[in-house]
Write a protein that binds this ligand. Structure first.
Ligand SMILES: N/C(=N\S(N)(=O)=O)N1CCCC1
Ligand SMILES: [Zn+2]
Length: 261
């Protein structure tokens, strides 16, 4: 149906507010981060994860991204510390990427767009369930990792790309088990944090963003593999799943804090 949101000219980010009014809110994501406006906050401690590899379940192509889902029925894989109070449960991870290596990330850092951006979505169990957490300003925490095309790709990213081979078309889902996503983290734990929203409709403003300063490296071939996913199902023409990123949104006076100087 045409009304379903997407990233094309007739249903893309400029149209989302027509069906999802929150998309025009004052705390939308992504944003551009300008280092000159960032405030170092010495009270921002380190963030920590404790992920159970056994919580990983499946990898899915939903026609808009590729997503790995985890068992979040109890505190099995959690994120804590940094700007957060309490333990947030890992629910899923997914990516946003471009049609070429020079763009694709959602957040932009001092004018730099990375080839892709990986999001690890966690929710605060004090709000009962994920749906309840979406209605709260402290409901969700997303760790964002930038993917940069380089000559020494991070070997661990291969695991995600192997999974991608089994979900080439929309609606395909495959087992994806025994996976600890913390292997994807860069060396440095430095991060920026600010309050924002989901970058897809309904764009609820329930997210504490934790964006890692150090990108991880991927190869151009690995990016090409990501772009070989199709937006369409297997009995429809191949339509490359690319440019599934939302443009930066107004900062509206929000302050981005950093854990580093
Ligand atoms: N937009 C989203 N995450 S994101 N791109 O804001 O991290 N999600 C929508 C449903 C669950 C995650
Ligand atoms: Zn995302």
């Amino acid at each position: 149906a045409q009304s379903v949101w997407g990233y094309d000219s007739d249903n893309g980010p400029d149209h989302w507010h027509e069906n999802y009014p929150m998309a025009k809110g004052d705390k939308q994501s992504p944003i551009e981060i300008n280092s000159k406006d960032v405030q170092h906050d010495s009270s921002l401690g380190p963030w920590h994860t404790s992920y159970d590899p056994g919580a990983a379940k499946t990898i899915l192509n939903n026609g808009r991204t590729c997503r790995v889902v985890f068992d979040d029925t109890f505190d099995r894989s959690v994120l804590r510390g940094g700007p957060l109070t309490g333990a947030y449960r890992l629910r899923q991870l997914h990516l946003h990427w471009g049609s070429s290596d020079d763009h694709g990330s959602e957040h932009v850092i001092d004018g730099v767009k990375y080839a892709a951006e990986l999001h690890m979505v966690h929710w605060n169990p004090k709000h009962g369930n994920f749906a309840g957490a979406l209605k709260q300003p402290d409901g969700v925490a997303v760790v964002g990792i930038f993917l940069k095309v380089g000559k020494t790709p991070k070997p661990e990213i291969k695991r995600i790309l192997q999974g991608i081979d089994n979900i080439k078309t929309k609606g395909k889902e495959a087992p994806f088990q025994h996976f600890d996503p913390s292997i994807l983290f860069p060396k440095s734990r430095d991060y920026w944090t600010y309050h924002g929203s989901f970058t897809t409709p309904p764009c609820e403003e329930c997210i504490t963003w934790i964006l890692l300063r150090e990108p991880i490296e991927v190869s151009s071939d690995q990016m090409a593999q990501l772009r070989s996913l199709s937006k369409n199902s297997e009995n429809e023409p191949m339509n490359p799943l690319v440019d599934n990123w939302r443009p930066v949104q107004p900062v509206k006076g929000r302050v981005v804090r950093s854990s580093f100087k």
